[in-house]
Design a protein around this ligand. Sequence first.
Ligand code: ATP
Ligand code: MG
Length: 564
Amino acid sequence: MDSSPEVNDEETTGSVNFIQAAVMDDIESGRFDKRVQTRFPPEPNGYLHIGHVKAIAIDHGVAAEFGGEFNLRFDDTNPEKEEQEYVDGQIADMQWLGFEPANIYYASDYFDQLYEWAVELIWQGKAYVDDLSADEMREYRGTLTAPGRNSPYRDRSVEENLDLFARMKAGEFPDGARVLRAKIDMSSGNLNLRDPAMYRIRHAEHQKTGNKWCIYPMYDWAHGQSDSIEGVTHSLCSLEYEDHRPLYDWYLDQLEIYHPRQIEFARLFITHTVLSKRVLIRLVNDGLVEGWDDPRMPTVVGMRRRGVPATAIRAFIDRVGVSKTNSTADIALLDHYIRQELNLTAPRVMGVLDPLKVVITNYPQDRVEMLEAVNNPEDENAGTRQIPFSRELYIDRDDFQETPHRKFYRLAPGAEVRLRYGYFITCTDVVKDASGEIVELHCTYDPETKGGYAPDGRRVKGTIHWLSVAHALTAEVRMYDRLFAAEDPGSYDDFREALNPDSLVIIANAKVEPSLADAEAETVVQFERKGYFCVDSKDSRPGALVFNQTIGLRDSWAKIQGKG
Ligand code: ATP
Ligand code: MG
């Protein structure tokens, strides 16, 4: 790929990246009257994914840094694939991320102007109506190594082209019968310049323009002209548009209209993730996930539903930075930012995922006492709460081993452990059912150890979490793992083979503390010693709580860094 001489070949100079450097040059030379205006131009054919967040952050960041304006423009030129639901969804995603656009524009608002400009190009002899079929056109286009051939319709008169184009617009021809093409150069080394299509016929209803149009502009024809109409100064986009820049420039030059500057940056790739709407939409349509907002999806709605804070996404995107060469970020880095943020903000609660009943045999039958628990040791202002303690408790089954292995410091026959914020307990009996499964433990507690410390200075090695049986709430907990087991699912011919078959495990009968009874949707808490969990925004109800696992506690990124 060749890069324009305009673009600074150094990726970064000091702390200034190549986009900032280019913008600064333009401000200095007065190229756009010292203005800066950017736009994020998604197609409303799906929900935004974390790759889009990178583009938004760059567009938003450049505008903010130079006192400019950042807008959202829907590239809504493909009515069959686009829906109002996606328009609304993408706006909501941007608001949630905290990237408010100054204005919301639609390419479809410019359909009249684009049509007039197309007519102008026909008048100039630079556009023609072609009757070749799609297959023929492909064949005429040539290849990367072989030049293309001129279409037999290329030399139609201006009058004939004007007439045919008007009739295309009037709906006289079926879908695919004709296209309007720019007349550039069928032997160009850049395939995008081999007489690219400007308009195709699609008798399809558009979510904004209804049935007014049956011809729709192609991306390249709509894009630069929309930028021009809006007064965009720096049209920032991902690297795959680099080869489109000569066409972007060509259209603007022929029309002699205001000419923004396109600059490309590397796309975001993340391990174990696919960032392509084409694949994401198949996951949704094939029922491989619950929807765009399935918590395993790399979409903004999916991450939000999983409990990922917007601030963590933004911190990750900042850290990845802006570059001109594609590279793949480790998903462990994103996870690291999620944990770092939630560690500071998420209230701690008790949650028992695999409950095993414990009876404290020397604790009075009807007694309930309230014990003080710290809400967040990382946040002094988070305060404390009272949690009920009683004779019958739940602990997590994996905190008990009947014959403990050497380094197991939690509960075992005869062993003493601390109940978090509670007492020391010692296991005296293991109760099993007929099949030999452990159904209950009997323990004694030491009344002197309230709050978790023994006055005689005696120590225990393990501290475990617990809940009072009579007070615990039952909850469904959805344990999520990576959607793709493969590190590079994008390299598979069939991405389904890269999926992780165990990416969702549902725990129907988890127990959580009573303070969560009224927890609002999207609340994220830490189940002590287990990880971060978010109240599901779709399925959770008071009395029938549903939690999504956001992320576990162990930071593999720190480990990766440690290895150097
Ligand atoms: P997708 O790969 O999801 O189909 P797209 O490019 O077709 O992406 P658009 O809605 O057209 O989706 O994208 C809007 C903008 O987002 C484009 O300018 C594109 O450059 C940018 N973008 C899309 N994916 C990424 C990514 N992974 N990293 C950075 N920018 C991206
Ligand atoms: Mg696209």
